[in-house]
Write a protein that binds this ligand. Structure first.
Ligand code: FAD
Length: 465
């Protein structure tokens, strides 16, 4: 039998993770009742839970995501730093090793990247979202409850089929919760494509670009005093193994090692340290002598760029929206997924504000806005992964060769040049569109100035404004 989730305008959010809580923030005032259906039971404190398996790995929140988060939930970035998140300015406090040397440490202060463990980030955002919702919207969270299907028909979704979970499995009988609007925020394991078929719809078109990257992460402390900077040594085609070492809350540091297919980092503790010596620079391996491990090594393999084309005309039925990783996932090495979830939730809120709330056609309009918000990050991730996924027999066409030549030259220039570096960071931090990389000033400096290598080691000094 169907149960209505409440009186007045009702919404259900599938998944009470990051995108789910941001959906709650976006729906504030546009629904009288929001019911969040979450498969897990939330732990008492900010600790790891099974429903977010990637939470053991390094997560940074880019400037674009921070701005969207603070527009949706004012004060959340300050609450995160209050909970211990580290704010690291690029490239002053978090420095990248490029194929042509280290970035110069300009004191630019445009991009204060947030570095914090996922359990703390999720707990702070959840608290802020649930607190901000009242009194405009009543929010009910059904923990240990799994969405197992959509209710309705091909053209209109009218609710969600749920089952209670006992231990590891959905055990109770299925029941239907009805609502005017359903938001799927169930992450990378979203079953909406399968549920479409059950409703008599075609599954959405899906696009995947998979470099086969794997992660392995371990937490450390530095009893003798922590390093002055965090570092990022991404892999590149000639050395497709990478490392990132950043501080998080409580004086801990996360070291993530990564490698594409054929270069996967090991989860064995001794082999993990040995692998760190094989990335593109000895800096991280040298630091390990001073570091004391405080966790085992955890691995992660599902890192594919995958988007489902829910933004196309007719691709979502009335009453349904898809947000966060359920809509689009990215190779995590570019640090974009959470920011895109926040930008998507902001796009949802702006659409609802503009339309005066949910109504016919509004969900589809919001979905298009959510997909548009993900587009620049998708282009960046897929463009950067292209060398790892091209069929070895295939040759790039002239347009792709020219783009690759320009971006390669630009990223080398960005490491040593303030103007090009600032534009590059604006784009990778999702605060400016990719077209910024083609502005006349950036183009001229990139093409006309000679190639120069970056410093051979991270500079001990910061270069002032
Ligand atoms: C290894 C790794 C590292 C990453 N690093 C970064 C980074 O540095 N920066 C960044 O911005 N992004 C990063 N990401 C991406 C980031 O983790 C995701 O973009 C983000 O978690 C998306 O949030 P979400 O709420 O959509 O999904 P999730 O955070 O995965 O949450 C999904 C929620 O839905 C619940 N759920 C699932 N199915 C059901 C169901 N059927 N019924 C009820 N509940 C359900 C789950 O329990 C969970 O609570 C990384 C990803 C990976 C894999």
């Amino acid at each position: 039998m169907a149960e209505h989730t409440g009186r007045g305008r009702t919404a259900i959010v599938i998944g009470g993770g990051l995108a789910g809580m941001l959906a709650v923030a976006a729906l504030r005032g546009h629904a009288d009742t929001v019911t969040v259906v979450e498969r897990d039971r939330y732990p008492a404190g900010p600790v790891f839970r099974k429903g977010v398996p990637q939470a053991r790995h390094l997560h940074i929140l880019l400037t674009g995501g921070q701005r969207a988060l603070d527009r949706l939930l004012p004060g959340t970035v300050a609450a995160l730093t209050g909970a211990g998140a580290r704010s690291l300015y690029l490239p002053r406090d978090l420095v990248t090793r490029t194929p042509t040397g280290w970035q110069r440490r300009f004191d630019e202060r445009r991009h204060p990247t947030l570095s914090v463990t996922r359990p703390v980030l999720d707990a702070v955002v959840r608290e802020q979202a649930l607190r901000a919702a009242a009194p405009a919207t009543r929010v009910e969270v059904l923990e240990a409850t799994e969405a197992v299907g959509l209710a309705g028909e091909a053209r209109r979704v009218t609710g969600v089929k749920v089952r209670a979970r006992t231990g590891e499995r959905a055990a109770g009988p299925a029941r239907v919760l009805t609502a005017d609007l359903v938001v799927d925020a169930s992450g990378r394991s979203s079953r909406t494509p399968r549920w479409y078929v059950e409703l008599g719809r075609e599954a959405p078109r899906e696009e995947t670009v998979d470099s086969g990257l794997a992660y392995a992460t371990r937490m450390y402390r530095f009893p003798g005093g922590e390093p002055a900077i965090g570092v990022n040594i991404p892999g590149w085609p000639a050395c497709p193994r990478g490392a990132a070492y950043v501080p998080v809350e409580d004086g801990n540091w996360l070291l993530t090692l990564s490698g594409v297919r054929g270069h996967h980092p090991p989860t064995d503790e001794a082999e993990f340290a040995a692998f760190s010596a094989t990335v593109g620079d000895p800096y991280v391996h040298d630091l390990l002598d001073r570091a004391e491990p405080v966790s085992p090594v955890h691995g992660f393999r599902d890192t594919c760029n995958r988007r489902r084309h829910y933004g196309r005309p007719g691709a979502v039925p009335e009453g349904l929206l898809v947000l966060g990783d359920a809509n689009c996932t990215f190779n995590p090495v570019y640090g974009q997924g959470m920011s895109v979830a926040a930008l998507g939730a902001l796009a949802l809120r702006d659409t609802l504000d503009g339309a005066g709330g949910p109504g016919p056609g509004v969900a589809a309009r919001a979905q298009r806005a959510i997909c548009r918000a993900a587009e620049p990050a998708w282009m960046a991730a897929v463009g950067a992964d292209r060398p790892y996924v091209r069929d070895p027999g295939a040759t790039a066409g002239p347009a792709e060769r020219l783009t690759t030549w320009y971006l390669d030259r630009l990223s080398a220039r960005a490491a040593v040049d303030r103007v090009v570096g600032a534009a590059f960071r604006d784009v990778v931090c999702l605060t400016a569109p990719p077209s910024r990389l083609m502005s006349p000033r950036v183009l001229l400096r990139t093409v006309a100035l000679p190639r120069r290598p970056g410093p051979p080691q991270p500079s001990p000094t910061v270069e002032g404004e």
